[in-house]
Design a protein around this ligand. Structure first.
Ligand code: VGL
Ligand code: ZN
Length: 202
């Protein structure tokens, strides 16, 4: 059984959003077309409190995209984004949500960031996603969404470590930094992930 994981397809990662990913909305038609090929569709949602420690606004004198530290972990400082219950945290209205059976929220603890849909960045707390997928008989996980070099990358890495067969839908994702995505791709391929085009998935 194969599952489709839709990572953070939210307003704030779209053009015009608080942490916009260039061309991010171009993935929506592909993601919608992909869904009927899957027995299970699950989404993740970046869901931060307004005072989240990953926000540059919480670090006096620091600017978005600078490197910092958050309780002992390296942390990129982000613009305020995906604040719980705000419009920016909502899924893109063109995303077909009818087949999404579960939504896993992450980034709720202000003290630690959470790129992966499976664990926080310190691997301290699980979201329960891996057990949920196993409970549904999932062996193959396909990933799409935003951003390729952060939340999709770290979700794919954890999915591999959890023993799933991983397929990264290359044209149904976009990166914050293209160079970062090139590195992420090399790393994931070395770990056994396969990169596929949406049109070949059935
Ligand atoms: C993301 C940075 C901060 C993502 C989330 O969804 O890729 N990136 N929060
Ligand atoms: Zn975030």
């Amino acid at each position: 059984m194969k599952a489709l994981l839709l990572i953070d397809i939210q307003h704030d990662f779209m053009p015009g959003g608080a942490l916009a990913v260039a061309d991010g909305d171009a993935i929506i038609p592909l993601v919608n077309a992909l869904q009927p090929a899957f027995g299970l569709v699950v989404a993740t949602q970046d869901w931060h409190p307004a005072d989240h420690g990953s926000f540059a606004s919480q670090h006096p004198g620091r600017q978005p995209f600078e490197q910092a530290e958050l309780h002992g972990l390296p942390q990129t400082l982000w613009p305020d984004h995906c604040v719980q219950t705000t419009a920016g945290a909502e899924f893109h209205p063109a995303l077909d949500q009818q087949r999404i059976e579960a939504i896993f929220r992450k980034g709720t603890d202000p003290a630690i960031d959470s790129y992966s849909g499976f664990f926080d960045n310190g691997h301290r707390k699980s979201t329960g996603l891996a057990d949920y997928l196993r409970g549904r008989g999932v062996r193959q996980v396909y990933l799409a969404g935003l951003a390729a070099d952060y939340c999709v990358y770290f979700s794919a890495k954890d999915a591999l470590a959890e023993g799933f067969e991983v397929f990264f839908v290359d044209d149904a994702t976009r990166a914050i930094n293209p160079g970062g995505y090139a590195q992420a791709r090399t790393d994931l391929q070395a770990r056994g992930a396969r990169f596929v085009r949406a049109a070949t998935v059935r």
